[in-house]
Design a protein around this ligand. Structure first.
Ligand code: GLU
Length: 441
């Protein structure tokens, strides 16, 4: 059974980069008939806030990425304690007493000598007496994980074979002097306990993965598969600050449909084209880490708006009826839909149908419009009034093409462009049409 997890820290709302990670975890689980978990990484109690937990859940719900289960790190401290005790007994975690200033000094000395700033494991060499002496001085230790001597390798599902030498890395700090947890170890304990088979996350975690692979082994578990995605960049090609502020609230306010977000984020950064799919099943069916490239994925808001418009054009009436102004029926929706960029813009066209419309006619068209009003009174409005009207007007006025159609569109809608007039004319109806033609003429 495939199990993935999306593991945000509830220290803010989700942004487009997190949403993309959540989506890919969801897609992979769906594709494989597996489970997708939401794991709230709230070990940092000072920075985690309940309102962000709620907004994360609500955002996933809006996006249709509903988790099959939810876990919270803050409910699992006992478990971390127990596994930490095992690592301690096995000598895989050790207390270290250096202050931040002392560590900084060590770094500077190494860098000054042209050496990599790797922690020297001085704390590992301390004897029982020395530790006792430091503690008597009032020092409380933080805890480091002792890396094994092995090569820390994995075959990344996106990046291919990865190699890190444990000897070239510092033993990571896993627990602070106040007993609080850093991200690395609890995440591994959770991934083991929750049976996570695939860790899908941003490539900013690549070096963490090397460390975590050693932690999986130290805890007697086989590491899961890893897929590290290239990060998102803005349309200008740079890592942009703006991306960090773009989330579901922004999309919703901009009239972006969840399916547009999904269709775009499923495919940018992959070899597959972005397609305006209203149905996510084909996206899921075709999802494969092998399609992901190593180059950053470009997120362009204008592209999202374009995908959104093409999705809106396909949305069936039943999918939108609750969001439409009262009175709009399926026929009106079908007529208006091709002209919309956002569902909310339907209100504007509904206003055009219902009126009043402010139409101004060219003085040269006045007689023509009076003629049109007279014909509008005589034709049958039950079938295809637009063709009946324009056919009769063409014969009566000798006009054709734009001089025939544009003054009518202007008089009936107050605009030069818009939905198909055959559909609009039916929706505007006989009485309103005659009144508008007369008023303009
Ligand atoms: N809370 C971590 C983050 O948001 C989770 C990383 C992971 O997926 O393991 O970066």
């Amino acid at each position: 059974m495939i199990v993935t997890r999306f593991a945000p820290s509830p220290t803010g709302t989700l942004h487009v980069g997190n949403i993309r990670t959540a989506l890919h975890n969801w897609m992979w689980a769906r594709r494989q008939g597996g489970r997708f978990l939401l794991r709230i990484d709230d070990t940092d109690r000072a920075r985690s806030e309940e309102r962000f937990v709620e907004s994360i859940r609500a955002d996933l719900h809006w996006l249709g990425l509903v988790p099959d289960g939810e876990e919270r790190q803050s409910a699992r401290f006992d478990r971390y304690e127990a596994r930490f005790a095992e690592l301690k007994a096995a000598g895989r975690v050790y207390p270290a007493y250096e202050s931040a200033q002392e560590l900084e000094l060590k770094r500077k000395i190494l860098l000054g000598r042209g050496l990599p700033p790797i922690y020297d494991r001085a704390a590992l060499a301390l004897g029982e007496d020395e530790r006792a002496a430091l503690e008597a001085e009032g020092r409380t230790p933080h805890w480091r994980f002792r890396l094994g001597g092995d090569a820390l390798d994995w075959d990344d599902l996106i990046r291919g074979p990865q190699h890190f030498a444990a000897a070239a890395m510092s033993d990571p700090v896993v627990r602070r002097a106040d007993g609080s947890w850093l991200y690395l170890l609890p995440s591994v304990i959770d991934d083991i306990d929750m049976g996570i088979t695939h860790v899908v996350r941003g490539e900013d975690h690549v070096s963490n993965t090397a460390l975590q692979i050693d932690m999986f082994r130290a805890l007697g578990a086989a590491p899961p598969a890893f897929a590290h995605e290239a990060l998102l960049t803005g349309s200008e090609g740079k890592l942009s600050k703006r991306l960090g502020s773009l989330g579901v609230d922004h999309f919703r306010e901009a009239g972006i449909e969840p399916e547009a977000v999904v269709a775009l984020l499923a495919r940018i950064g992959t070899s597959q084209p972005v397609e305006p799919l209203v149905d996510r099943a084909p996206l899921v069916a075709g999802f494969d880490f092998a399609h992901f490239g190593r180059a950053p994925a470009r997120f362009d808001e204008a592209e999202l708006a374009g995908v959104n418009a093409r999705i809106v054009h396909q949305l069936p009436y039943d999918a939108v009826r609750e969001r439409l102004p009262a009175g709009i029926g399926a026929e009106a929706w079908d007529a208006i839909r091709p002209n919309l960029e956002r569902v909310a813009d339907a209100a504007e066209w509904w206003g055009v149908i219902e009126g009043p419309v402010a139409a101004t006619a060219d003085p040269a068209d006045r007689d023509f419009l009076i003629q049109a009003a007279a014909i509008a009174e005589s034709i049958d409005w039950s079938a295809d009034p637009w063709h009946a009207l324009t056919g009769a007007l063409k014969d009566a006025s000798g006009r054709k093409g734009k001089p025939l159609f544009l003054p009518l569109r202007r008089a009936l809608t107050g605009r030069d462009h818009g939905p198909d007039m055959a559909a609009l004319a039916r929706l505007i109806g006989r009485d309103r049409a005659i009144e508008r033609l007369r008023a303009a003429g």
